[in-house]
Ligand binder design. Sequence first.
Ligand SMILES: Cc1cc2nc3c(=O)[nH]c(=O)nc-3n(C[C@H](O)[C@H](O)[C@H](O)COP(=O)(O)OP(=O)(O)OC[C@H]3O[C@@H](n4cnc5c(N)ncnc54)[C@H](O)[C@@H]3O)c2cc1C
Length: 342
Amino acid sequence: MSGWIDKSKYDAIVAGGSFAGLAVASRIEERALLIDRDEVGSGQTSACGTFLSTAREFGCENSVLQTFRRVVFHIPEEYEVRLIEPLCTFDYKRFCDSLMDNVGADILKAKILGMREGAVVTDAGKFRARCTVDCTGWRALLAGSLKRNFVRKDRLGFWLETDAKYEDDMLHIYAIPHIIPDGLAWIFPIGEFSRIGVGSYCGNRNLLKALKLFFDDLGLVFSGKCHGNAIPYGLREPTVDDLFIVGDAGGQALPLTAEGIRKSLRYGSECGRIINAVIGEEISLVQGLEEYRGMVVKSMRGYEALLAVQRIFVETGVPDILMRAFMDRKVSEKLQKAYLSI
Ligand SMILES: Cc1cc2nc3c(=O)[nH]c(=O)nc-3n(C[C@H](O)[C@H](O)[C@H](O)COP(=O)(O)OP(=O)(O)OC[C@H]3O[C@@H](n4cnc5c(N)ncnc54)[C@H](O)[C@@H]3O)c2cc1C
């Protein structure tokens, strides 16, 4: 590594330029560097479903492809649930482009290798700044290089999906053990097409067979082009040494639903605000790290509760009592409010 340039002109470095990284960078007003191995907006891994209010909150409404008032759960009996907050599916590139409108950072396309002696090490050099944020997804490349066993392989789910020509006006979630015994399948419509996938809570990566089986069940033609990724479940440490950790790098996707986009954006935005205060010397770095940690840890109980339900689901299937509760409008609204408040 000797001879590498140490470029110290940045106040903040954001490693990873997807939901979490863009949300952080969009709040930083000073000299920041955003590093990603891919062009921003080119690496979609997700079904890109979120609450419509979240797309609006982050100025990304123009990326919305379809909106939904209802979700149908197939357990395998069908339960149609009315949502208190509409959901939407969106175009990943357009969503990232809208977030980028507020990003003033320099962009570096480089492979991140880890962190050493306070510097982010990439294949294009070493970079150091007062504040550094790990938004590199489930591998948590910076935090993982600072702390052994930061990435718990026993706490990873794996999700795989593809697009198919299939139109619908509702979202569908399937808990069907003959297709996927330890997880879920889904249909997220996007106009003339739908994003159709399967996910294993236990991190089973051999999901292609299950996905093909699901297509057979639906009577659809499988194109063969898929994308997938691991999703960590259970909050990880939000900071390690002087490093802020946001999004999947911090295990911030919600257990059970694997809803990670809203959480990455919210925590990312708050982390960016805190970093601004550190850079502006309103608070010290230590105070900033403490504030961010405190904010994330506040949600711990909610994450643990969802994780407990996820474990029950994996061991015994979806509890009947839960689905029956959803059929009572008042209870359903209460449960949805509790979920949204985590
Ligand atoms: C199939 C699937 C479907 C999903 N569907 C939904 C959904 O509908 N709704 C929802 O809310 N959540 C969904 N999720 C979860 C959601 O996608 C994640 O929680 C979310 O993407 C996390 O965002 P992030 O920015 O933390 O990480 P990521 O989106 O993983 O972004 C990490 C960024 O870091 C960059 N990076 C990684 N390694 C390096 C490296 N070595 N060098 C440089 N750059 C690097 C990547 O290029 C990427 O841009 C889904 C996940 C999967 C796998």
